[in-house]
Design a protein around this ligand. Structure first.
Ligand code: GAL
Length: 846
């Protein structure tokens, strides 16, 4: 008994001692970290870091996707995940907060922590981000006396209240680094500098206020303001852009940070789909790091999907793929993902030198420069750059010769061995396929109404601004009026119909005359204002003119959101009557917010069973304003899913009541899509795809929204489409390619030598890897020599080793992945000595 007691006492004491240690630990901030910064870098627990970050916006994927996305970001070499906070998602009505499901911010941040990564929280609360109304709740527009993003009492009060709410929530959950959480940085406002320049004194006062307000919240971690040259101390001003090497922060004690390195660009309906070559992205990042940058965030690392009506605009597409390293569906976009992963490893090998001080810059040629960073221990790391967009360069550096491809940077962590070059992609390239599940859907249809003066409509004199009426509860607003036509009208005899002219502030408009669709007009992102101007078929007596005005996402960028308009503001005029011109602007108009089907909630299980649907051979086709529904079972497997909507016009899609978003395959992409080279300055118009095709034909269906059987799919079509053309497709890897030069620098080679595992430089290797569950079934192309073209379109060049296929046939067929060394011997000998050779290979995965 005595012994037992003693043991318990001993254990108690031990526990107490442990607690004491923990407490002391925390006091000297070893347990909960500290985040500080200086000229060189952000320092965590006093240690300067080169931080690689990537944007993943939590509501643009599902909570079920988050762990995998974060894991793939970590695997890709990221240290930090950056996200905006989406105010209009979190406070849909004043004071009513929502933090569930895709808006479960705390869960998202905790998952980042679990993965061992840091978080950068851009509270804003203005986001921009191609997000509806830039993230502002639309109700804010109607707060009396409000003026957005300037020195305005009501705006500042609302902004502070929401920012405080988020900060308190993060604190309550212990999510700041100083509390042991993952958040190391925050952002207030977003790219306000250019606006401040435009707006003058009140804007400058607002900037000061925003900084003070944020810092006053005592998060314990630094704040940044991006694109804000006059960010007040201690807030760090940071750079956004395609390149940021030229950037210098406004004080010497602040680090050089790049908060948005654009990995591609967003797609708008009617626009071509932009992409950014991985070689140029890697070059821009290496250029930033070599010139002293220590924090870089990829915007976007995973772009995801603008579900529901969250797309901004106007005209922002539902896909926010962004050509990011992880594609819209969360799959690795190869070679971009892999090429950046290699870049991050190369940069991390240089980290001790990079954070140690500023570089010495050595000119090696007209366009060639070396940036040399010294270690404390006497060693050094170097970046050798060739800014010439057209020509290779051979340079001498510390007594050795280096060959640098055009528009590229080589990284030498020991000032000797090249481990990485931004224009030499060692990672494999993947081509994706979308395979139809076969077996179409069996549809039922329901016609919405063009005319309906009912409980939901009201009448007034004149034309009303659309947002003021809808408060953005729907894309749709009906403007309805009557036009009396006398039987003595001349056009009734001449057959020359009167012309109706409707001026609208945007964004799209369907004009119905006596229930018949008479025409459709829509704008573009650059030019949302529209005019309908067309002869219309009127008859003697009362004619019903019904204008369906449609908002396609609210603008997300600019000042004074309170002044923005949408809808039919007029004038509305009829020309060609006996009286000449008749102005309809100031007559009586009736209004109805939303479609009948929306009011009936046809998208939901309950709502959809409240009306009679047409079935079988009577199902409407090519009919405007039609609802469709069907029940389907979830496709097997775990590949991501999408709906191919090419046979449809414009509308919205719901699955089990959840909104997939707007679709608009009828809007074909403008522009010319000529081939683009990675070399030379990139901008969002340089590299385009899908010209002349639908800007977006596939619409992501998150797997987690499906149950195994009996899913309800509802589609609302505005223009008229063929529902039987809709199909469910699975996304998977079609083929994998590698392009590897003889003697191409390789990280693995360097690491093997550094660790003593290899005595002399090794030949590079081609790695091919299909997705889990797939196998390599055939080799579509292989050539060691001087092959031409790219993945999917290779051809043999003048030099070709005749046994190029052999090694791949032997080591790869039937395997999920394989590795083949790029040596002449592997391909039956050197086919053309003294010529610089490369291997190109494409393997089919199934
Ligand atoms: C930036 C803005 C981001 C996003 C981006 C374009 O200027 O800060 O939120 O809109 O442009 O994708």
């Amino acid at each position: 008994m005595k012994f037992l007691l003693k043991k318990q006492e001993f254990l108690k004491m031990q526990k107490f001692n442990l607690m004491l240690v923990v407490l002391l630990c925390c006091l000297v901030s070893l347990c909960s970290g500290s985040v500080s910064y200086d000229h060189k870098a952000i320092a965590i627990n006093g240690q300067r870091k080169i931080l690689i970050s990537g944007s993943i916006h939590y509501p643009r994927s599902t909570p079920e996707m988050w762990p995998d996305l974060i894991q793939k970001a970590k695997e890709g070499g990221l240290d930090v995940i950056q996200t905006y906070v989406f105010w209009n998602g979190h406070e849909p009505q004043p004071g009513q907060y929502y933090f569930e499901d895709r808006y479960d911010l705390v869960k998202f941040i905790k998952l980042i922590k679990q993965a061992g990564l840091y978080a950068h929280l851009r509270i804003g609360p203005y986001a921009c981000a191609e997000w509806n109304f830039g993230g502002f709740p639309v109700w804010l527009k109607y707060v009396p006396g409000i003026s957005f993003r300037t020195d305005n009492g009501p705006f500042k009060a609302a902004m502070e209240k929401f920012t405080r709410h988020i900060v308190n929530m993060m604190k309550a959950n212990g999510l700041y680094e100083t509390q042991g959480g993952p958040i190391i940085l925050s952002q207030i406002e977003n790219e306000y500098g250019p606006l401040e320049y435009e707006l003058g004194a009140p804007a400058r006062a607002y900037t000061k206020w925003a900084a003070q307000m944020a810092v006053g919240l005592g998060t314990g971690v630094p704040w940044v303001m991006c694109k804000q040259d006059d960010a007040p101390d201690p807030v760090i001003n940071t750079c956004n852009g395609f390149y940021c090497d030229y950037f210098t922060p406004n004080k010497n004690f602040k680090p050089k940070m790049w908060t948005e390195a654009w990995t591609g660009w967003f797609t708008e309906f009617g626009g071509a789909v932009p992409y950014r070559p991985a070689e140029d992205l890697a070059y821009s990042v290496a250029k930033f790091i070599q010139s002293g940058g220590s924090f870089i965030n990829y915007y976007m690392y995973h772009g995801g999907t603008n579900f529901g009506r969250t797309a901004g605009g106007p005209f922002i597409a539902t896909s926010y793929d962004y050509d990011a390293p992880l594609d819209e569906y969360g799959l690795k976009r190869e070679a971009k993902w892999g090429h950046l992963k290699d870049l991050h490893r190369a940069i991390k090998l240089c980290e001790p030198a990079l954070v140690n001080g500023d570089p010495s810059v050595v000119t090696l040629g007209n366009y060639q420069t070396a940036y040399v960073y010294k270690y404390k221990a006497g060693g050094c790391a170097a970046f050798l750059s060739n800014n010439n967009r057209a020509a290779y360069a051979t340079v001498n550096f510390r007594g050795q010769r280096y060959n640098i491809p055009p528009w590229s940077i080589s990284i030498l962590p020991d000032c000797k061995n090249t481990v990485y070059n931004t224009a030499r992609v060692g990672a494999q390239t993947s081509l994706m396929k979308m395979t139809s599940e076969g077996g179409g859907f069996s549809w039922q249809s329901y016609n919405d109404q063009t005319e309906s003066y009912d409980d939901n409509s009201y009448t007034t004199v004149g034309l009303l601004e659309q947002l003021n009426v809808t408060r953005d509860s729907s894309d749709y607003l009906w403007y309805m009026t009557d036009v009396k036509v006398g039987s003595n009208e001349g056009f009734l005899k001449s057959g020359k119909w009167p012309t109706l002219t409707v001026m609208s502030a945007g964004h799209a408009l369907h004009v119905f005359i006596n229930g018949q669709l008479s025409g459709t007009v829509y704008g573009s992102q650059a030019n949302p204002k529209i005019t309908f101007n067309k002869p219309v078929n009127l008859r003697p007596g009362v004619n019903k003119i019904s204008l369906l005005s449609i908002a396609v996402g609210l603008p997300n960028i600019g000042p004074h959101f309170e002044t923005w308009n949408a809808g039919v503001l007029g004038p509305v005029t009829l020309y060609g009557l006996n009286e000449g011109k008749r102005d309809l602007t100031w007559q009586k108009w009736s209004y109805k917010v939303g479609l009948k089907g929306e009011i009936l909630s046809l998208h939901s299980l309950m709502g959809s069973s409240s009306v009679e649907w047409i079935q079988g051979s009577y199902v409407a086709q090519k009919q405007p304003l039609t609802w469709y529904k069907t029940i389907f079972n979830a496709p097997g497997g775990n590949e991501p899913l999408a709906l191919d909507m090419s046979s449809m016009g414009k509308g919205q899609i719901w699955i089990n009541g959840q909104s997939i978003g707007r679709y608009w395959p009828a809007y074909k992409a403008r522009g010319s899509c000529s081939t683009c080279s990675y070399a030379g300055y990139f901008d969002e118009k340089k590299c385009l795809s899908k010209c002349g095709e639908s800007s977006q034909k596939w619409y992501h269906v998150p797997r987690s929204w499906l149950k195994p059987r009996g899913n309800l799919l509802v589609v609302f079509e505005e223009l008229g489409g063929i529902p039987y053309g809709i199909s469910m497709v699975k996304r998977s890897v079609y083929s994998v390619c590698a392009d590897i030069y003889e003697w191409q620098p390789s990280l693995m080679n360097y690491e093997m030598q550094a660790s003593g595992k290899a005595a002399k430089p090794l030949r590079p290797k081609a790695h091919l890897s299909c997705s889990a569950g797939q196998k390599i079934t055939s080799i579509k192309f292989a050539s060691f020599g001087t092959p031409l073209g790219g993945c999917g379109s290779y051809s043999e060049g003048s030099c070709h080793a005749h046994h190029s296929y052999d090694a791949f046939n032997k080591y790869c067929i039937g395997q999920q992945s394989c590795t083949v060394p790029v040596t002449p011997e592997a391909f039956g000998g050197d086919p053309c000595p003294k010529v610089m050779k490369k291997l190109s290979v494409e393997a089919i995965c199934s």
